[in-house]
Structures are given as structure tokens and as C-alpha cells.
Design a protein around this ligand. Structure first.
Ligand SMILES: [Zn+2]
Length: 537
């Protein structure tokens, strides 16, 4: 069945071309700006009047944690908590309303002490009071730090004799007793003892929450779901695969493979699944590691110490040798590489590993990626361009970072950080992503931030780093053409062009011309994936 979509402003994103109509057949675009008269009497062609609305290619988030978002929905969401007292109230209500029995794990996430009236992280003792009968762990909004109560620390065997490690920290008080705070790797002492959820539960979560993605106009999501303490990676892969075979996926998912050591990588490789092959609704993508943490948690690894500190340069979770050997194995086994890196120290390390890999084992068009790319300097920005490394950025991060970045890294380093416009000018491929649930996955919010350099309240006047603002075309491009390029799909996604997948969204007004303030609230009226309407809002 053919479908002719007409009476619309269609941003094809193909060299700026704006079309009037779009013809699809099955899951593909058959023609752009065809002669509508040719199909007026064709009974095999359905005609769809879009009533003057705007069409864009479906949005594509090149890095988020969808399953983590879905699982978090089932946990306590502290994103809007503004004090520890509020966290306590929410915890008590959650236990009461869900009738959580004694001894069952209570989990929560999204807290950020920077938004509290008293800017102090919660303690073990405070959590003990909130939930005296349950082991508790609450992950910080950055997802690299967590706080646990005494029962959880005892069950994990780290209360009495807190272990030391190079890639994390069980924070202790002056008496050497854990405060409850667990940084980076230390969190897994607790996460690892929480019972896994089943494959069927994973399937249900995907089904329950995929519409949340569609509501924001997302049609493709690259999701990093592994290394969840909640489920095994084999169950996660199987869950998506079964849903795909059952025809129940409405969003196109690409799994980013976070396999943190040789044991996990070997176990994955033994499964023999090739990246970027298989169904258009679900495939596996890039290999992913987390060599550093977050800026807010001061765990992003910097080249020089944090502002006002003498020694603290953050935490690198791998030595160069460890990191290189994992990257080399993945690279030699045909996997694309995408490393999380927030600090300039981490980017320096990752870029040097990528360079060595290409020298020793050259691969045509490897499309190495770095995810986040926040704290950069001129040298690093140049190396991105020279080595053709893709930057997966999160424009919505500036809403929180504008409050803390200067304090953490100082004005000088800030000047060359969050330098997206500069990256584009240097010819670096950049792609838009959310890192949800760290921030919302709504691309409209991120596009607004990228275009204005303001937070969602429209502050500060004139923008935080106004010289780094992107044009609307560039910002929309991050979530369409830019994201498609990251996964070798620039010839089938990201534009509305003959032969491309018929993935597009319909909005009531034109995102390219509405007043700036309205970008973030533009409705997504319809979402079409593979030529089928999958959402109507
Ligand atoms: Zn992430």
C-alpha cells in the first residue's frame, strides 16, 4: 500500500530542501515532491492530508539508558526532591503505598544535592530512619554515585571493613565507618547483591514505556542497558529480540554493548551476534565503556585538579593498559567503539587509545565515538577533528551544568568546554543524545537548550555560553542526520529522501520558525515508523 502525505511543510533535511508531499510504500519513502495528480485516482494509494502541519524526520537519540529509565519508573524518583526531608517523605509513602514487606530492597534514584535547600548528600543514618526495615540504595542523578543504608552495606559485606579500590570509593567518616556514599565501582558491591529481574519483566518494562519515547518524537534510540544490576545482558538482548520477533516494538532500538571487562566481552563475543545487522527494529551497535564518572560528582577525570583543589583530578576507572586491551579486543572483533568521557583527562586517554588502535590495526571508517565530551581544551578539540572521532553530546546537560561547571573547573577551562559550535566549525561530527534517565530524553528540550544556551526557565538572559549556540538546523540535525551517522545509517535514516525508512513526525507548527520559547513545548501530533502510524498525541 502506498501512502501520499500532502499539504505539509516537510523538512527533508536533505540539503535544506523543504518539500510539499511525501510518498511512502511499505516501510520506505518512495518519492519526495511527486506529482500528486498521478496518484489522485490510484486506489492502491491512500491520501493523507496533513492540514498544513510540519513534518520532520523522526528523532534519534544516540545515547541513553532506556531500560534504566523504565526501571527507575518503578523505583522512587527523587528528581524533584529539594531536601533530604522530602526524600524521606517520598520513601515512606512508597513503602506504604506499595506495601513493601520488611527485608525487601527499596531502590530510588535521581537525587542531586545541588538542588537541595541544604546542599549536603544524604547519609546512611538518614536512610536508616526513612526505611528502618529494608535494605536501601538511592542512586544519584549522575548515575555514578549512590547512597546506601546500613542494612544494605551490611548485606554487601562492606560496613565493618570497607574495601579500598582504585576505581571507586566507599566513603568513610573520620572514624573509618562508611557514610553510606558509594562512588563509581563501589556502588556495585551493593547493586550486585540485589536479585535480578527476569527476561519477561524486562520485556514488560520495554512495552510499558516505549510510548514515552514516541511522545517526544523519538523513532530510534541507541540504548545502553547492560551492566544493570537489575538483569543479565543475555536476558536483556533476548527480551528485545523476542519483542522484535513478536512485532511488538514500536521504536527502533539499537543496543550499546556495555561489557566492562574481558570476561563479559568474551561471553558476548561467544554469542556471535554481529553489530548493525539484523532487524531494523532491534540490532546491536557500539561497544561502550565508562572510563570516568560525572562532573557534578567530581568523578570526571581531569588533566589538572578540580578548581580550588590541590590533588583531586577525579577518577579514571581503567588504567591505560586495561582500557587499551579491551578496546583492542572489541576493535579486532568488529565492534565500533564509543567511550563515555566527561573530563579532559579521560578524553585525552581515549583519543590516544583510538590513535594507537588505528595505527596498529587500521580499519576503514571506524567511526570511533566519545560520549559526553564536556570538558575539552583546544588540543582535544583539534584531535577530535584530526582523528574523525564522533562527539555524542547532550545539550540538555547545560541546564544543570551551568549552575556548577565554573565553580568546578574554573573560567579558563570552561571557555573551551561545551564547545559544540566550535566542534562543528572544526568539522567534527556531532550527534545529539540525552543520557536519560540522567536528563529527560525529550529532544525538543535539548534542541531548545542547544539553540538558546539557556536552561528550561529561559535563563540566563542572552544564554550561558552564547557563542556556542547552534542554529535550529544544526540542533535538529543533531537528533536526525547527526545521530544516523553515528551508527552507519546516514543512507537510510535522518533525512526524508527516496529509499530512506519512512520514519517521521508531524508537528502543528514549524520548529524552524516558531518563536524560540515555543520549541520546547511544540506538540508531537503523530509519529510514523516504517510508514505506519505508531503514535497520535
Ligand atoms: Zn550514559
Amino acid at each position: 500500500m502506498k501512502k501520499l502525505f500532502y499539504n505539509a511543510t516537510i523538512h527533508t533535511l536533505n540539503r535544506g530542501k523543504i518539500a510539499k508531499n511525501l510518498l511512502t510504500e511499505e516501510d520506505r519513502i518512495l518519492a519526495v515532491d511527486c506529482d500528486p495528480a498521478a496518484y489522485s485516482d490510484d486506489p492502491s494509494c491512500e491520501r493523507i492530508d496533513l492540514q498544513g502541519r510540519t513534518v520532520l524526520p523522526g528523532f534519534h537519540d544516540s545515547h541513553q539508558h532506556f531500560l534504566c529509565y523504565a526501571i527507575d519508573k518503578e523505583k522512587i524518583d527523587f528528581y524533584n526532591a529539594r531536601s533530604v526531608a522530602e526524600m524521606a517523605e517520598m520513601t515512606r509513602r512508597y513503602i506504604r503505598e506499595r506495601s513493601i514487606p520488611k527485608g525487601q530492597w527499596v531502590q530510588g534514584g535521581g537525587w542531586n544535592e545541588n538542588f537541595f535547600d541544604v546542599k549536603k548528600v544524604p547519609t546512611r543514618q538518614q536512610l536508616d530512619e526513612m526505611a528502618p526495615d529494608n535494605p536501601v540504595i538511592f542512586t544519584r542523578a549522575c548515575c555514578s554515585t549512590a547512597v546506601a543504608n546500613t542494612a544494605a552495606l551490611e548485606l554487601a559485606g562492606i560496613y565493618k571493613d570497607p574495601p579500598k579500590m582504585s576505581d571507586g570509593e566507599v566513603v568513610v567518616d573520620e572514624k573509618g565507618i562508611p557514610t553510606g556514599l558509594l562512588n563509581e565501582r563501589a556502588r556495585f558491591y551493593v547493586y550486585d547483591i540485589i536479585p535480578n529481574i527476569s527476561k519477561n519483566a524486562v520485556k514488560q518494562l520495554i512495552l510499558d514505556y516505549q510510548e514515552d519515547l514516541l511522545k517526544t518524537g523519538l523513532t530510534t534510540v541507541q540504548t545502553d542497558d547492560f551492566k544493570l544490576w537489575d538483569a543479565t545482558f543475555k536476558d536483556i538482548l533476548q527480551a528485545y529480540k523476542e519483542l522484535e520477533q513478536e512485532g511488538r516494538l514500536k521504536v527502533r532500538f539499537i543496543q550499546q554493548l556495555r561489557l566492562i571487562d574481558h570476561k563479559e566481552l568474551d561471553a558476548y563475543l561467544a554469542m556471535g551476534i554481529k553489530p548493525y545487522e539484523g532487524s531494523d527494529m532491534f540490532k546491536v551497535g557500539t561497544f561502550k565503556l565508562l572510563p570516568d564518572g560525572s562532573l557534578g560528582g567530581k568523578t570526571a577525570a581531569l588533566l589538572a585538579p578540580y578548581e580550588g583543589e590541590i590533588e583531586n583530578k577525579g577518577i579514571l576507572t581503567y588504567t591505560r593498559e586495561q582500557l587499551y586491551s579491551l578496546l583492542e579486543k572489541a576493535h579486532l572483533n568488529g565492534l565500533q567503539l564509543a567511550m563515555h568521557a566527561i573530563g579532559d583527562g579521560t578524553m585525552d586517554l581515549v583519543l590516544s587509545c583510538y590513535k594507537e588502535l588505528q595505527e596498529k590495526h587500521p580499519k576503514e571508517d571506524p567511526r570511533f565515538r566519545i560520549i559526553h565530551c564536556q570538558i575539552t581544551n583546544e588540543d582535544i578539540l583539534d584531535r577530535f577533528a584530526e582523528q574523525s572521532v564522533i562527539a555524542d553530546i547532550q545539550p540538555l546537560f547545560i541546564k544543570a551544568d551551568m549552575e556548577v561547571a565554573e565553580q568546578l573547573i574554573g573560567r579558563d577551562r570552561l571557555r573551551t568546554s561545551y564547545n559544540w559550535k566550535t566542534m562543528l566549525e572544526k568539522g567534527v561530527h556531532i550527534s545529539g543524545s540525552s543520557d536519560a534517565p540522567v536528563e529527560s530524553f525529550d529532544p525538543r528540550l535539548a534542541i531548545y537548550c542547544a539553540v538558546t544556551s539557556k536552561n528550561l526557565e529561559g535563563k540566563p538572559e542572552g544564554g550561558w555560553m552564547p557563542e556556542q549556540r547552534l542554529t535550529r538546523e544544526e540542533a535538529v540535525g543533531l537528533y536526525t542526520t547527526g545521530a544516523a551517522y553515528t551508527c552507519y545509517e546516514e543512507n537510510r535514516k535522518g533525512m526524508l529522501k527516496e529509499g530512506f525508512l519512512a520514519d517521521f513526525i508531524v508537528m502543528p507548527e514549524d520548529i524552524m520558525t516558531v518563536p524560540e520559547d515555543r520549541i520546547r513545548t511544540l506538540n508531537v501530533d503523530e509519529v510514523w515508523v516504517g510508514g505506519e502510524k505508531v503514535y497520535e498525541g
